[in-house]
Design a binder for this molecule. Sequence first.
Ligand code: FES
Length: 107
Amino acid sequence: MPTITYIEADGEQHEVAVAAGTTIKDAAIANGIDGIVAECGGNAMCATCHVYVDPTWADRLPAMEPVEDELLEDTASPREATSRLGCQVAVGDDLDGLVVRLPEAQE
Ligand code: FES
């Protein structure tokens, strides 16, 4: 079972174990982690599931689709080099130990 560590904007950390294939967004919501709004429910329409992937993991994530790239241009907190949409990244065993930071604001 892969684990994901979420680091809130204030530095508080949460490590959760998730079933392989769970998205970063779904894992946060299922575990009551604040900082992901997911207004569109994971349909790649809102950009309120924005996360900053730890740079040591960024290259190991699957490439983003054009729709994700486009939505990341319209996030409430500034886009960074390792920004991703939490609903578009499923975490398998290959991403066990993934670390993501949550932005200051999602809307
Ligand atoms: S939940 Fe809306 S884009 Fe990810």
